[in-house]
Design a binder for this molecule. Structure first.
Ligand SMILES: [Zn+2]
Length: 293
């Protein structure tokens, strides 16, 4: 009696201790934070270092970010060269595992300078639904490595999430089927949609000078306008929360429409935060702008 009472108390204590001390996971990309929440559930406490609306291309860890990472069991990076500071990070963190979630996902190569040099891996793998399903499993195994008691939960969560993404993928395929072949072209402000284009049978039209932050020479602008006209596409896509001035003038000069902005880096905020919201937002924007009417 006494023994079973004691073991009951101990078990309750152990449960309370587990519940009281979730695994701290830091993320260097808002969508890696999303994956950690989806897969980790109550067993993890996620620190989103870039934060809603933040730009993962521009993020550089400051001393307080380093302290938060050092206090974590695990750091999740997107990988594929998105975080050029990772080597330095490995050196400065003591005993904290840094996982590059995208590292085993097949790479597409950048065709022009934008978020990296031409010929290097395109870091934007999170626009592939298939890739995100794979990434959920990578995150589940990384969490299980630090919290073996949670392994069954993590794998089950990754599976549930993956099943939800599969439904979303089917929804996207049927929505995007409304876009005729001649319009299945993405002219975007930010060269970020190659993985999306590959999965859903679109072509990315690489044009120079669409990024609002680049210096747009008159020659680059003229070339862009020419490329947009040649493509026959009826709309072009600015980027969420970015200045669309340059694109407005390109749209006017090429007689195309300016579509609703696309979210390129998972940096939506509020109701646009997280992978599923970003993806649905983008599919809706593309379908609205390019579908046959
Ligand atoms: Zn990007």
């Amino acid at each position: 009696m006494r023994k079973s009472f004691l073991s009951g108390v101990l078990a309750a204590f152990a449960t309370a201790a587990a519940a009281a001390a979730p695994l701290q996971v830091s993320a260097l990309h808002p969508l890696m934070a999303d994956l950690a929440r989806q897969v980790g559930g109550d067993r993890v406490k996620v620190v989103d270092l870039v934060g809603e609306g933040g730009n993962p291309h521009r993020f550089e860890p400051r001393p307080d970010d380093l302290a938060r990472m050092q206090a974590s069991a695990l750091v999740l990076a997107a990988g594929k060269g998105l975080e050029p500071y990772l080597n330095r990070l490995h050196d400065s963190l003591q005993g904290v595992r840094v996982v590059e979630v995208g590292s085993n996902i097949p790479s597409l190569t950048l065709t022009r300078d934008g978020d990296g040099a031409a010929g290097t891996p395109d870091p934007h793998w999170w626009h592939g639904v298939e890739n995100m399903r794979r990434a959920a499993r990578v995150v589940a195994l990384a969490l299980a490595d630090k919290d073996p008691a949670g392994k069954v939960d993590f794998l089950a969560n990754a599976q549930t999430y993956g099943a939800r993404l599969e439904l979303m993928q089917r929804w996207a395929t049927s929505e995007l089927a409304k876009v005729p072949r001649s319009q299945r072209k993405l002219v975007t402000a930010h060269n970020a949609f190659a993985y999306f284009a590959k999965e859903f049978d679109f072509t990315v039209i690489a044009v120079a000078g669409l990024n609002a932050e680049q210096n747009n020479t008159p020659q680059a602008l003229a070339q862009t306008i020419e490329a947009v006209k040649l493509s026959g596409v009826k709309a072009i896509f600015p980027e969420y929360k970015a200045n669309a001035k340059v694109l407005e003038s390109i749209a006017a000069a090429s007689a195309t429409t300016l579509a609703a902005p696309l979210i390129a880096d998972g940096n939506g905020s509020g109701q646009d935060a997280g992978f599923e919201a970003m993806f649905r937002h983008n599919v809706q924007s593309i379908t609205q702008a390019l579908a046959a009417r």
